[in-house]
Design a protein. Structure first.
Length: 134
């Protein structure tokens, strides 16, 4: 039976070229350069303030706020003035950096972008990540 659209049924696995058209060409992404974000990460860490701590079965979480928007979180109660920025890397939602205190990673700072449920307009108040309806 001939296909009712131009191109036919295609060949091989799936519908092939007849259904979807020619295969798309992908362009490899530009290499990530963390030095671009180092200054912004240090500035965000310096201006961030701690939010209301909360706990869940995995332990303690303390949101980091800037203008009432969550820009990261701490996994231990530390002095932010003594913390520094660690490894900066791309993530699913943008760019994030480790927060290092006395040689160990104690939190995450979202330098660019927001994880789902943490950005402006998500959840109640400043939200609590994905579980903001609780």
């Amino acid at each position: 039976m001939p296909a009712p659209w131009k191109g036919g049924w295609g060949r091989g696995r799936g519908y092939g070229r007849g259904w979807w058209g020619p295969p798309a060409q992908s362009v490899p992404p530009a290499p990530f350069d963390p030095t671009i974000y180092a200054g912004k990460a240090a500035e965000l860490l310096k201006t961030a303030r701690k939010g209301e701590p909360y706990s869940y079965p995995g332990g303690l979480r303390i949101p980091l706020l800037k203008d009432s928007i969550i820009i990261g979180e701490l996994w231990a109660d530390i002095d932010l003035a003594k913390a520094s920025v660690g490894w900066i890397r791309p993530c699913r939602w943008g760019v994030w950096a480790d927060i290092v205190y006395e040689g160990r990673v104690v939190g995450a700072l979202y330098v660019e972008g927001y994880p789902y449920g943490w950005g402006p307009g998500w959840g109640r108040g400043y939200g609590r990540g994905y579980w903001s309806w609780y």
